[in-house]
Design a protein around this ligand. Structure first.
Ligand code: FNR
Length: 379
């Protein structure tokens, strides 16, 4: 099989290797998927200034995110069920990110647990927290993340209730899941994926299984979890979590200037301009279209990251020009993982780095830390 050259190549390969219900789980947005599509499409409207006869030798993509040195300002976003794209997916993705030199964020809803990932990595990773109604469980997650030496907590704010994804419901990925002969057929036609799954014991939400009484099998796990998202979550809870965590805190899911203003008052270190990859409020604007406004509103008071729709290094550059200090990618690394496991996540990062480097150079810049709005065409 030819080497993948683009994220789209990896997506096509993943579609062929991952059972349909799990591929669809990654490749879906809520309701009409309008926001999901806009996240990607709106990048194309941003035009770059082509500059010539600038010295383009000795280029550097090195930067910092939250004070941590990164090989390029790109982090892997927290994604639930990652271990269903590929056996032991979170562990493999964390290792690929560590070797490349970018942050990996483990989701509360991961298949591999905090401890699983810690056991195969040497450097600290980031942990994403969903605030569950069961605050005792939330506290225990925070303690486990501290014990695993996680260097930042990503607190997701845009999932107080679940946005409905039609593909998941049609595929039986509901709470509890409805498995039928169709699913067995989907898995049977993906033998490489099946072999991987047979070789691992990690098939459930291991951050939860065994840590909550009476919640063990897949059915009780998914029902417990779906019931646990807290519709009453408030800014006071952010303060409660900040105090308990005590380390670097990132607020994820800010898409509005007023919320961004409120976020700056929490004492958090960073925010992520995000609409959850178009999986929550369908009809919301794309992340990239809100980035500049939010970055301008908060200034230097808080570090600004973004995610949603980034499918190339060129998209990363555009986001940096519009005020992001770093960019998170979700589906691009999931496609890489589904396509080729750890090697595919490394391929994702290599593709993005190469595109980022080339685009930056053709815009006449040598250092990623020097990119800015002056590199964009404002028609
Ligand atoms: C997500 N996202 C997400 N976010 C979060 O805070 N916790 C989670 O468990 C998940 N789970 C999840 C699963 C899948 C399959 C996807 C695609 C996304 C949202 C994620 O962190 C990020 O905001 C988006 O993925 C960014 O958009 P792109 O890069 O996927 O377009």
């Amino acid at each position: 099989m030819a080497e993948p050259l683009t994220i789209d190549d990896l997506k096509r390969m993943a579609r062929r290797r991952v059972p349909k219900m799990f591929f669809d789980y990654a490749d879906s947005g809520s309701w009409t998927e309008g926001t999901y599509r806009a996240n990607e499409a709106d990048f194309a409207d941003i035009k770059l200034r082509q500059r010539v006869l600038v010295d383009m030798t000795n280029r550097s993509l090195k930067s910092t995110m939250l004070g941590e040195e990164v090989a390029m300002p790109v982090a892997l976003a927290p994604t639930g069920l990652t271990g269903m794209q590929h056996a032991d997916g979170e562990m493999l993705a964390a290792q690929a990110a560590e070797e490349f030199g970018v942050p990996f964020t483990l989701s509360t809803m991961s298949i591999c647990s905090i401890e699983d990932v810690a056991s195969v990595t040497k450097k600290p990773f980031w942990f994403q927290l969903y605030v569950m109604r069961d605050r005792g469980f939330v506290e225990s997650l925070i303690e486990r993340a501290k014990a695993a030496n996680c260097s930042a907590l990503v607190l997701t704010l845009d999932l107080q209730i679940l946005g409905q994804r039609h593909k998941d419901l049609r595929n039986g990925l509901s709470a509890p899941p409805k498995f039928t002969a169709k699913h067995i057929w989907q898995m049977a036609t993906r033998p490489a994926w099946c072999m991987g799954m047979l070789g691992t014991k990690r098939h459930t939400f291991r951050n939860i299984a065994g840590h909550v009484k009476g919640v063990g099998d897949l059915s009780s796990l998914s029902s417990w979890t779906a019931d646990q998202f807290d519709p009453q979550l408030s800014w006071d809870d952010v303060e409660w979590i900040r105090q308990r965590w005590g380390g670097k805190l990132i607020l994820k899911g800010i898409l509005d200037r007023e919320d961004a203003e409120l976020a700056t008052r929490t004492g958090a270190d960073a925010l992520i301009v995000s609409n959850h990859g178009g999986r929550q409020l369908d009809g919301a604007p794309s992340s990239i279209s809100m980035l500049e406004d939010i970055a301008n509103a908060v200034g230097d008071r808080i570090e600004v990251f973004m995610d949603g729709g980034v499918r190339s290094g060129q998209d990363v550059l555009k986001a940096l020009c519009l005020g992001a200090k770093g960019v998170f990618i979700g589906r691009p690394f999931l496609y890489g993982l589904g396509a080729q496991g750890k090697k595919g996540v490394t391929a994702t990062l290599n593709i993005i780095a190469k595109e980022l480097d080339t685009t930056m150079a053709l815009c006449g810049r040598r250092d990623i830390k020097d990119v800015g709005k002056d590199m964009l065409h404002r028609g």
